[in-house]
Ligand binder design. Structure first.
Ligand code: HEC
Ligand code: HEC
Ligand code: HEC
Ligand code: HEC
Ligand code: HEC
Length: 248
């Protein structure tokens, strides 16, 4: 090989290397899809967020993950959010009493429950929950039907191809409703005002701030777990997919 052809080969190699890296990000060689660790308290989503007709309490996702409309992360519930009910609800089965007992010990010690984080994108990726929640992308589109999972696991790959695919092709609210696993029907006691399911309210009950009183048993009924403010007939929502929108 002459000196000259050696040098001209370098940009080609570089392009190949970059291509390989992008491809690996695109297909998610580093993804942990399916990851679902055992948690320090075995918290069942179906009991709490499942539909009332399925034996759940029908709590809105944002009742507990209530930073979704104001911050990057939707966040994990504070122990006090749980204790609003579990100060009195101690469980009707051995399993429930054991697991609620663990929760109560954290509360008594004034310690947060050390939940094991499941979903995580690398530090160099910019993922604002709030933009998605406000665009009406249902939680279940990305996380699967958590309200039916006995133990939460990573449902989507979270790799770059997955993100870009939706940004390019667009998001159809109708598919989002279907993915969510319920109809976006306002509950009987919905008083109007803010669009139904708007982050920050659960059928008129504030889910954020000091006004966040636990609704007690049987309430709020099928308040549905939807955060969608979009009408099913709305057009596909597309989003930016230039590199800088997801990478600073
Ligand atoms: C709106 C009220 C309410 C809130 C808020 C609430 N729970 Fe519950 N939880 C219940 C009820 C009702 C049961 C069923 C208890 C029974 O009869 O066994 C339950 C059951 C449980 C169980 C036992 C499940 C089983 O059967 O194995 C655990 C563990 C639990 N909750 C943890 C939590 C944690 C952790 C939080 C906070 C993130 C929380 N709960 C928030 C009402 C609530
Ligand atoms: C009563 C409170 C409560 C409600 C309501 C609730 N969650 Fe959770 N969620 C938790 C707790 C506690 C954990 C941590 C333990 C676990 O993974 O089960 C959690 C974990 C998660 C995780 C995994 C977080 C991670 O580490 O990556 C996702 C995703 C999630 N919830 C989505 C939802 C969705 C979607 C809904 C509505 C269908 C919902 N949650 C309703 C309390 C709640
Ligand atoms: C567009 C896809 C998408 C939607 C819609 C979405 N999430 Fe997520 N979620 C993710 C990704 C990606 C992560 C990892 C984010 C990170 O590492 O910064 C995540 C992380 C989480 C976590 C982990 C802990 C934390 O503090 O953020 C929870 C809990 C969660 N999501 C709950 C929800 C709930 C509840 C909703 C609906 C209100 C929702 N997500 C909507 C993609 C989504
Ligand atoms: C199911 C569809 C879907 C998936 C999957 C998805 N997004 Fe989005 N994304 C959207 C929509 C819809 C918007 C909102 C566009 C708007 O506000 O007009 C958005 C907005 C954004 C924005 C704000 C862009 C801007 O215009 O400033 C960022 C950043 C972003 N997404 C990053 C990500 C990342 C990173 C992932 C993967 C971890 C991801 N998204 C996965 C649908 C999706
Ligand atoms: C919609 C959001 C989004 C856009 C747009 C985007 N990326 Fe990414 N990118 C991601 C996510 C998410 C990851 C992390 C993938 C993983 O962990 O598997 C990633 C990872 C990467 C990596 C790291 C690969 C590795 O394996 O370490 C590179 C390099 C990269 N992206 C380059 C680019 C380039 C170049 C563009 C523009 C052509 C771009 N990205 C556009 C979301 C995006």
């Amino acid at each position: 090989m002459t000196q000259r052809s050696k040098w001209t080969a370098i940009p080609g190699l570089l392009a190949l290397a970059i291509g390989a890296v992008v491809l690996s990000a695109y297909s998610g060689a580093s993804s942990s899809q399916g990851f679902g660790p055992e948690q320090p308290v075995q918290f069942p989503h179906p009991r709490h967020a499942g539909a009332v007709k399925d034996g759940g309490l029908g709590l809105n996702c944002l009742y507990c993950h209530n930073a979704g409309n104001k911050s990057f992360d939707v966040g994990m519930p504070a122990v006090n959010t749980c204790m609003g009910c579990h100060t009195s609800v101690r469980g009707s089965t051995d399993r429930a009493r054991t697991e609620i007992g663990k929760l109560v010990r954290f509360a008594d010690a004034r310690r947060p429950v050390p939940w094991i984080r499941i979903h995580k994108v690398p530090e160099y990726v910019h993922f604002p929950h709030v933009r998605h929640v406000n665009a009406g992308v249902t939680c279940q589109t990305c996380h699967g039907q958590v309200q039916k999972m006995d133990r939460v696991y990573q449902y989507s790959s979270l790799n770059m191809g997955w993100c870009v695919n939706c940004h390019v092709n667009g998001y159809d609210p109708k598919e989002g409703q279907k993915a969510a696993g319920y109809d976006n029907v306002p509950p009987a006691n919905y008083a109007g005002g803010a669009p139904y399911g708007t982050p920050g309210t659960v059928a008129g009950i504030a889910t954020t701030g000091a006004g966040m009183t636990p609704p007690g048993m049987g309430l709020p009924r099928d308040t549905a777990r939807s955060t969608s403010t979009a009408t099913p007939s709305a057009e596909r929502r597309r989003a930016r997919y230039d590199c800088a929108s997801c990478h600073y």
